[in-house]
Write a protein that binds this ligand. Structure first.
Ligand code: ADP
Ligand code: ZN
Ligand code: ZN
Length: 756
């Protein structure tokens, strides 16, 4: 008697085999069981997806036997398989690719014996009770946010969006929400996601400290910076239920967690939640979907208890998709408008903020549900205003109109003076410019030679430190030539400015400024170049925190997340580019970046009242900067949404990009246009609601000697677009096989693309 199983293995995305394969097993195996199976000449890891109806001993030669099951591992939960199935379908990839990519790589290479050794459990840790004496008292708005989150009564337990200013204390809300779930259900698990690896250590330390009573190894990290062995260990801990809390980057959305009851997505607007290769999933969107999957109603007959999994998204500048969700009521909105220690009470009659400071949009008393005296902790709630001295305002935003500054000046005189004053007072400044290297182009002053990359349609960037020309797209690097390669002229000069040059320039401009101790100014730079070596980012950040740096120059890397305490001035040197970009999401990204950057200033209570955010711009009256000045995200978002609605753009319309790479543009575009033409001829499902645009070259059309083209496909209906894409896939495969497109290198679909 043998059992037939449908098993999913890692299949190349573009192979003919997309679905599960049939294998035979001597014993019945539950869906979700991990197995090793022969595949071609190799033996590979697979996941049992389903059992076929009993086929008796029917001899079928082509059906092979499985090599064995990974004993000792519980099957992957049904919700995990549902999530993988959904991801593969929605993002138009093969089931096998998504399923196996969602498992730790080391699992593929382990023998059953090795696995058994890993699974030897550490002496089970006993759980203590939380030490509530160490808890900080919640601010009123934190208590309100938590009470509202808990009071969500809608049957579906809507996803919640914590709309909290930078420094409003969102992390404490996540901690309390997690603590409550973990305390209420002895087996419950919580998933916390952050956008970037280098933000995990800080947060991990906070979660570990807070949940120390759960015992060792109950909080596990999950991100690509771990060694394969660490990843496997964390994954096994989550899968077995041992880990109560998983903290990770976007990949963690696929963690196998049998008892998941809360998912937190911090900085939910961050573009890093979107995977940029393979299955191009949005981890935020999948988190929302997964929470719904993990929520099950009680069942009388099987006596299964109801299980609720909530999702809590948090941001000071939510994605417009999520913001729109709160407007339509699909999402619950929780507001925390003020920084911890803001000088005004949330009730009417607080002292007025000083001239120019942020005036919170709504100061009327808001709904504040039950539970002000936080029953889960037994702690009274004290307004934060009573804990910290008056402080905690958002920085004043100053726009410098570059039309009225000396021509070609990089740092306008008033900004330079302001930085000088900070240095003299012993305070820190942060200057950011989104372009690394010394200069984006090197050019000959005599002829028209420029530092093009021979392999890309882009310039190579001049890096003065090692005197190289480096292509930021393909990596091609050469020594800077002594003379113009085209005419021999020795006068070749940098054009434009990157962080390296800005650092050098600032050192010259501030040469005469003295610190309070009489010493010269200390300038540091943090960007992808200065942090290439392992550990160098940490050590540089530590120098900033220790006050060993007066002026910090960097790219957006420094604008995010880091809790710098002593920075009182933040400046964006040249943010205008995004205002008129062809990418409709560019303003959204700029606004959130500037708000994040502003959020770095004045975090220390003593300095916050005098902290400033400077923006150098040729368009000081642009509504984006007007909204920034008032720290008014809702104004920005609502205006942006109105524009998008008029244009049928996300979140009001849906889109996908089909990308094609080939040796020539003709082939890349030809492939896309031919596939679109075929779709039209075949009247694919949904086609009447779907608009494919003609193929165009990508902005940087050639990278590493490959020509790149893309085709935008739009629809007002998500469902129509989904149906169309699913039906179009086989057509694309078919088109790929035509002789004309032999030289096509690759193609891929990006659903809900972030950059267009
Ligand atoms: P956000 O993530 O909203 O930008 P954080 O969670 O980093 O803000 O909190 C900002 C700072 O305020 C942190 O240093 C945190 O320890 C502190 N903080 C948070 N809640 C409270 C509170 N209730 N009382 C005092 N300090 C708090
Ligand atoms: Zn020349
Ligand atoms: Zn290149």
């Amino acid at each position: 008697m043998s059992h037939w199983l449908l098993i999913v293995v890692a299949t190349p995305a573009h192979s003919a085999i997309a679905g599960p394969l049939t294998y035979r097993s001597a014993v019945p195996l539950a869906a979700g069981t991990l197995v090793r199976v022969p595949f071609g000449r190799r033996e590979v890891l697979g996941v049992v997806w389903d059992a076929l109806p009993d086929c008796g001993d029917m001899a079928e030669k082509s059906i092979r036997d499985i090599a064995g099951a990974l004993d000792g591992l519980d099957p992957l939960p049904a919700t995990w398989r549902q999530l993988v199935t959904f991801t593969a379908g929605y993002y138009q990839r093969s089931l096998g690719e998504v399923a196996l990519a969602a498992l730790p790589p080391q699992l593929r290479d382990l023998t059953g014996l090795q696995l058994a050794r890993r699974l030897k459990r550490p002496a089970s840790t006993t759980e203590g009770t939380p030490d509530i004496t160490k808890l900080i008292a919640l601010s009123i708005q934190q208590a309100c946010a938590i009470a509202q989150f808990d009071a969500e009564t809608s049957e579906k337990q809507r996803p919640a969006l914590l709309f909290g200013a930078t420094g409003s204390g969102k992390t404490e809300v996540y901690l309390r929400a997690a603590a409550k779930v973990l305390a209420e259900h002895p087996e419950a698990q919580v998933l916390v996601m952050v956008p970037e690896i280098n933000l995990t250590p800080q947060l991990q330390a906070r979660f570990e400290a807070r949940f120390a009573h759960l015992g060792r190894a109950r909080v596990v990290p999950m991100h690509s910076g771990l060694t394969p062995a660490q990843r496997l260990k964390g994954w096994l801990a989550a899968h077995s239920g041992q880990a109560r809390l998983v903290l990770g980057t976007r990949m963690a959305v696929f963690a196998s967690m049998p008892n998941l009851r809360l998912i937190v997505v911090d900085e939910e607007h961050d573009p890093s939640y979107k995977q940029q290769e393979g299955a191009r999933y949005s981890a935020r969107d999948l988190a929302v979907y997964r929470a719904r999957l993990e929520t099950t109603a009680a069942c009388e007959t099987t006596r299964v208890e109801a299980k609720i999994c909530r999702v809590l998204l948090g941001s000071a500048t939510p994605s417009l998709e999520s913001w729109q969700g709160t407007i339509t009521g699909r999402y619950q909105r929780l507001d925390m408008e003020e920084r911890i220690g803001a000088p005004t009470l949330p009730t009417a009659g607080g002292s007025l903020p000083p001239e120019g400071a942020a005036a919170p949009a709504a100061r009327q008393s808001r709904f504040c549900g039950p539970g002000l005296n936080s029953p889960d902790t037994g702690m009274a709630v004290v307004p934060a205003t009573q804990i910290l001295a008056a402080a905690g305002q958002l920085p004043t935003v100053r726009r410098v109109d570059m039309n009225h500054q000396p021509r070609h000046c990089v740092i306008a005189p008033p900004l330079l003076a302001a930085i000088g004053q900070r240095v003299a007072r012993g305070e820190q400044s942060m200057i950011f410019l989104n372009r690394r290297g010394y200069a984006p182009v090197l050019a000959c002053l005599d002829c028209d030679w420029k530092s093009d990359c021979p392999h890309c349609s882009a310039y190579r960037v001049f890096h003065k430190i090692d005197r190289t020309l480096r292509c930021h797209h393909c990596g091609f690097t050469e020594r800077v030539p002594r003379a113009c390669p085209s005419c021999g002229n020795v006068d070749i000069a940098p054009v434009g400015r990157g962080t390296e040059r800005l650092e050098e320039h600032l050192a010259e401009l501030l040469a005469d400024v003295r610190r309070p101790d009489g010493e010269p100014v200390r300038i540091a730079r943090i960007d992808a170049d200065s942090t290439r070596l392992k550990g160098s980012l940490e050590s540089q950040l530590a120098r900033v925190h220790a006050g060993e740096v007066d002026v910090l120059v960097g790219t957006q890397m420094i604008a995010k997340g880091h809790d710098f305490r002593h920075i009182t001035l933040v400046a964006a040197v040249n943010p205008d580019g995004a205002l008129f970009s062809s990418d409709f999401r560019a303003p959204e990204r700029l606004f959130s970046l500037l708000m994040q950057a502003a959020g770095r200033a004045g975090r220390d209570a003593r300095h916050s009242a005098a902290s400033e955010m400077w923006v150098q711009t040729f368009h000081p009256d642009h509504p984006l900067f007007e909204a920034l000045k008032r720290h008014d995200y809702p104004a920005f978002a609502n205006r942006e949404l109105a524009e998008r609605q008029a244009a049928g753009l996300a979140p009001f319309g849906f889109s996908a990009l089909i990308r094609a790479d080939a040796k020539t543009q003709d082939v890349a575009q030809g492939f896309l246009n031919a596939a679109a033409h075929a779709a039209q001829l075949q009247q694919l499902p949904g086609h009447e609601h779907v608009t494919p645009y003609p193929a165009v070259p990508m902005t940087i059309q050639r990278v590493a000697d490959v020509e790149r083209a893309q085709m935008l496909v739009e629809s007002p209906s998500r469902k129509a677009l989904q149906g169309f894409l699913a039906a179009w896939q086989p057509v694309l495969f078919e088109t790929r096989r035509q002789a004309d497109f032999k030289s096509l290198v690759r193609w891929a679909i990006d659903v809900d693309p972030l950059a267009i």
